[in-house]
Design a protein around this ligand. Structure first.
Ligand code: RTP
Ligand code: MG
Length: 182
């Protein structure tokens, strides 16, 4: 083997070594991108929901009893405060109902007095809490539910419960800073 061939061989080995390195690097990037995309597209079921004890139930003195039903139902309170929605807050919170005939009444009701806002934790929190609060209309609410016990009408129905994990996170973050969520 002459010097020229030796130089060619070294160059070839160097190039193949670099190719292997680059291939491995590309493979590992591909794996990471695939994993991140998969992770991003997977909806993470959370174990938290958001609730408000509405102005009617607060005014009627039911805070204590409703909190007792919530904790007896297996929910852990991870955030809690007495607060009041402004008209703008209530409009934004129930914006999904803006076209409904009861929207004006609902906004007036939800902003007329203090509410209790809370984040609750339990396995399957959103769905289980909707079961605990009962149907929107207390006339249709099951025995043992919060609305059966404390709601007075379809409009003034004592409690709110988030309807999805996404909304629970948005509604909770509206009322509580990260350091207020335990
Ligand atoms: P929420 O959002 O407060 O937990 O109540 P929900 O899911 O059971 O019921 P939704 O359809 O979201 O309605 C929101 C609130 O609007 C008032 N409403 N009034 N007068 C009426 O026909 C009527 N329908 C609904 C209630 O305060 C209801 O909770
Ligand atoms: Mg709703």
């Amino acid at each position: 083997m002459n010097l020229y061939n030796l130089y060619g061989l070294k160059k070839l080995l160097k190039t193949s070594f670099c190719s292997v390195l680059i291939m491995n690097l590309l493979k590992s990037i591909h794996k990471k991108v695939y994993f991140c995309t998969k992770f991003k597209n997977t909806k993470m079921a959370t174990n938290r929901t958001f609730t408000m004890i509405k102005p009617d139930a607060v005014a009627n003195g039911h805070i204590g009893n409703i909190l007792a039903m919530i904790t007896n139902g297996g929910f852990k309170i991870v955030s809690l405060k007495l607060t009041q929605l402004t008209v703008a807050d209530a409009k934004a919170f129930y914006a999904v109902h803006a076209e409904r005939p009861f929207y004006g009444e609902l906004v007036e009701f939800m902003s007329r007095g203090p509410i209790v806002a809370a984040i609750l934790e339990k396995d399957n929190a959103v769905e289980d809490f909707r079961t605990l609060i009962g149907a929107t209309n207390p006339a249709e609410a099951a025995e043992g539910t919060i609305r059966k016990a404390y709601a007075t009408s379809i409009g003034e129905n004592a409690v709110h419960g988030s309807d999805s994990d996404e909304n629970a996170a948005i509604e909770g973050a509206f009322h509580f800073a990260g350091r207020e969520q335990f």
